[in-house]
Design a protein around this ligand. Structure first.
Ligand SMILES: NC(=O)c1ccc[n+]([C@@H]2O[C@H](COP(=O)([O-])OP(=O)(O)OC[C@H]3O[C@@H](n4cnc5c(N)ncnc54)[C@H](O)[C@@H]3O)[C@@H](O)[C@H]2O)c1
Length: 274
């Protein structure tokens, strides 16, 4: 990117596990666009993943562990980040998700509610916890921007997306409701980006992912959006060029969400019937 859209901005990036992660690509694009960043992930993911490599690629960005379900760890993360930046935070990427029932192979109709609570805590309530922590510390600059990643299973049924469909619906609701309050108090904007299926560790956990991703490719006039393109879109949402966009669920999916059917899909079905 030649323009430095995020020059002088400071942000926290949640969820970079490895180089496939959407958060990994977004961290690189933000750094390229002139931002200073702090990287964070669950302590266990920091030990297992490759985040230190990413830190080097982002000008030795600090890596501060925080489990998103623990308020005390989030408070520590925000306080340390503000100390590092010498001031408030301009943008946050929430790129966190985990389905316990999917991991354990449980069908939607037979989920364990204990795991379901955990899924909702990690994948949805965590956004509320992040925002609540920032709110109490007054940690986000006026006109700051928060983006969380979601999927269209919040609106339409994708049978194997399991409990994550409900988790994403809650995530999008928290985005609207906290977006209202934070907008009124500090002009902070909060949006979700609804991304195409993408080959990452979390994405590949969805049963039948290969079929899933090929179907979306066939059903999108532009084809599936890549993780790199998603990262570029997040950069625009963190920039001052999108200051009045808030409380929205923004589809970044090559047109999938508004396509009823494509000629390619019709041709394939007709061929199969012959
Ligand atoms: N891959 C896709 O097809 C796709 C499509 C749409 C939306 N998304 C969303 O994008 C986001 C990022 O996922 P990804 O596809 O890059 O996969 P990923 O596996 O690389 O990222 C998920 C991240 O969540 C982190 N995480 C899990 N539990 C945590 C906890 N308790 N505390 C802190 N962090 C925790 C993981 O360590 C990991 O870094 C998720 O919200 C996902 O649902 C993914």
């Amino acid at each position: 990117m030649s323009t430095k859209l995020l020059q002088g901005k400071k942000g926290i990036i949640f969820g970079a596990l490895d180089e496939k992660s959407i958060a990994w690509k977004t961290a690189l694009k933000c750094y390229e666009a002139g931002a200073e960043i702090v990287l964070t992930n669950a302590p266990v993911a920091i030990r297992m993943g490759e985040i230190n490599k990413l830190s080097e690629m982002c000008g030795n960005a600090p890596v501060i562990g925080a489990d998103v379900t623990h308020l005390d760890e989030l408070k520590h993360l925000f306080l340390e980040s503000m100390k590092h930046f010498g001031g408030k935070i301009d943008f946050i990427l929430h790129s966190v998700g985990m389905s316990m029932n999917m991991r354990k192979g449980h069908h939607y109709t037979g989920i364990s509610y204990t795991w379901n609570h955990k899924t909702l805590d990690i994948s949805s309530l965590s956004l509320h916890k992040v925002l609540h922590t920032a709110w109490n510390l007054n940690a986000i600059s006026d006109w700051g921007s928060v983006v969380a990643l979601t999927y269209i299973a919040a609106q339409r049924v994708f049978p194997d997306y399991n409990e994550m469909a409900d988790a994403k619906a809650l995530l999008e609701s928290i985005t609207r409701n906290f977006g209202y309050h934070y907008g009124v108090r500090n002009k902070v904007r909060i949006n979700t980006v609804s991304q195409s299926p993408t080959r990452t560790t979390a994405g590949s956990g969805v049963k039948g992912f290969d079929g899933f991703i090929s179907f979306a490719e066939e059903m999108s006039p532009l084809g599936n959006a890549s993780a790199d393109d998603c990262a570029n879109y997040c950069v625009t949402l963190f920039s001052d060029l999108t200051r009045y966009v808030t409380m929205q669920n923004l589809f970044h999916d090559g047109g999938f969400s508004f396509t009823g059917v494509t000629q390619g899909v019709i041709d394939k079905i007709e061929k199969g019937m012959q």
